[in-house]
Write a protein that binds this ligand. Structure first.
Ligand code: AMP
Ligand code: MG
Length: 339
C-alpha cells in the first residue's frame, strides 16, 4: 500500500478515506493520531494491525463538538459537561459509560469509552466531514515514542495506512489527559495536555491512579488494560535523573561514559556541558510546556543518532511536568535515579 501525504486543503479526501473504512494519520494538538471510522469494527481492527497494538488496549473516540457525547455515552454526569465547557475543544479525554452503538473493538470490551473533542481545527474539520466519530490512538508503532510531526508518523506507518494529513507540528506534544468520571472521586488515569491542578480546580478532589507515577506491582491489576504496557520507548535504554536541574546535570556529567554513543536529553541551560555527546534540548528548565512539546521529538532523535544509552534530566511534577515525568519514566521502564 502507498501512503499518501495530504495537505490541509485535502481534509475532505482524508474524511472520505475514513468514511469508507480506511486509515488516516490525523494531526491533533497533542500528538498525531491513527484515525478510523469509530463505528466500523473492521476499520478499527486495522488500527490494531497497523500499530501492532494489543487488542485489549482500548481507543479514544474523537468528536467535533460536545453535543455528540450523547450519541455514544449514557449516564453522563454533570461534571462531564462542566469539564467539556472548560476544556473542550482541547487535550482532555473523559471516560464515560458507553452506549451499545460503540463497537467492542473500540473499548476492548469495557462498558466505558474514552471521549475527546480535539482543539486542532483540521482534525475537527476531518471528523465533521466524515460525519462519524473517529477512533484514534497515537500514530506510532505500539511501544514507540508518539509522533508529533507528519514525518514521524510516516516513519512508523509508511506502507501500512492510506494517508497522513500534514497539519504541522503538534503544539501540545504529549497525549491528552485521561480522567475517569465513572468512579468517585474522579480518577486521573493518564496525565497529559490539561494539568491535574486545572482539573482539581473544576472537580475538587481527583484521585491519581498509582500507575501514573510508579510501575504496577506483580499482583496489581491496571485500571485500564493499556496502563500495563511499556510505552514511549526509544531503542536505547534510558536513565532518568531526578532532582534540582543543576544537580541532575552534574550527576549526568559525573556518570556519563566518555563515548559518543551516550546521548543526553537536557534543559537548554546545560546543553554546552555535554558537547562531546549527542544532545537534545527540552527547553529552558522552567518552560514546562516546551518540555512537553519537545519530549517525543528528542526521544526519536536519539534513535536516529543510534546512541546506546540515553541520560535524561527530569522536570518536577508541577503543571505539565507530571505528563512529561510520566512519559519519561515509562520510556525508561521506570529506571529513575535521584541526583
Ligand atoms: P493512546 O493512543 O496511546 O493515547 O491510547 C489511548 C489511551 O486511552 C490508552 O492508554 C487507553 O488505555 C486509554 N483508554 C481508552 N479507552 C479507555 C477506557 N474506556 N477506560 C480507560 N482507559 C481508556
Ligand atoms: Mg499511544
Amino acid at each position: 500500500m502507498r501512503t499518501n501525504l495530504l495537505t490541509v486543503n485535502e481534509f475532505e479526501a482524508a474524511a472520505r478515506i475514513i468514511r469508507v473504512g480506511g486509515l488516516v494519520g490525523i494531526p491533533t494538538e497533542t500528538v498525531y493520531g491513527l484515525g478510523a471510522n469509530g463505528l466500523n469494527p473492521l476499520a478499527v481492527d486495522r488500527i490494531f494491525q497497523a500499530k501492532g497494538r494489543p487488542q485489549d488496549n482500548p481507543l479514544i473516540l474523537h468528536i467535533p463538538e460536545s453535543s455528540w457525547l450523547e450519541r455514544y455515552c449514557e449516564d453522563i454526569p454533570e461534571a462531564a459537561w462542566r469539564l467539556a465547557k472548560r476544556f473542550w475543544p482541547g487535550p482532555l479525554t473523559m471516560i464515560l459509560r458507553r452506549k451499545p452503538i460503540v463497537p467492542d473493538v473500540v473499548t476492548a470490551g469495557l462498558d466505558t469509552v474514552g471521549m475527546r473533542c480535539p482543539a486542532h481545527s483540521m482534525c475537527r474539520a476531518i471528523i465533521q466531514a466524515a460525519g462519524v466519530p473517529v477512533a484514534a490512538p497515537s500514530g506510532n508503532t505500539s511501544g514507540k515514542p508518539s509522533p508529533t510531526t507528519a514525518q514521524h508518523m510516516l516513519d512508523d506507518m509508511e506502507g501500512k495506512i492510506d494517508a497522513v494529513l500534514d497539519g504541522g507540528p503538534c503544539t501540545v506534544g504529549v497525549e491528552s489527559t485521561i480522567i475517569d468520571l465513572t468512579c468517585r472521586p474522579p480518577r486521573l488515569l493518564r496525565p497529559g495536555g490539561v494539568p491535574l491542578e486545572e482539573l482539581q480546580a473544576v472537580l475538587g478532589e481527583v484521585e491519581v491512579d498509582p500507575a501514573v507515577v510508579r510501575p504496577l506491582g506483580d499482583g496489581e491489576q491496571p485500571r485500564a488494560p493499556g496502563m500495563k504496557y511499556r510505552h514511549y520507548a526509544p531503542k536505547a535504554p534510558v536513565t532518568v535523573v531526578r532532582g534540582d536541574p543543576m544537580r541532575s546535570a552534574q550527576y549526568i556529567l559525573d556518570h556519563i561514559a566518555d563515548s559518543y554513543w551516550e546521548g543526553v536529553i537536557c534543559f537548554n541551560e546545560f546543553a554546552h556541558w555535554f558537547e562531546d555527546h549527542p544532545v537534545e534540548q527540552l527547553g529552558g528548565s522552567l518552560d514546562r510546556f516546551e518540555h512537553a512539546r519537545r519530549l517525543f521529538r528528542a526521544l526519536r532523535a536519539m534513535d536516529e543518532n543510534g546512541v546506546k544509552h540515553i541520560w535524561a534530566q527530569c522536570p518536577d511534577t508541577a503543571g505539565m511536568g507530571l505528563a512529561v515525568v510520566n512519559r519519561l519514566s515509562k520510556a525508561a521502564g521506570f529506571h529513575i535515579v535521584d541526583a
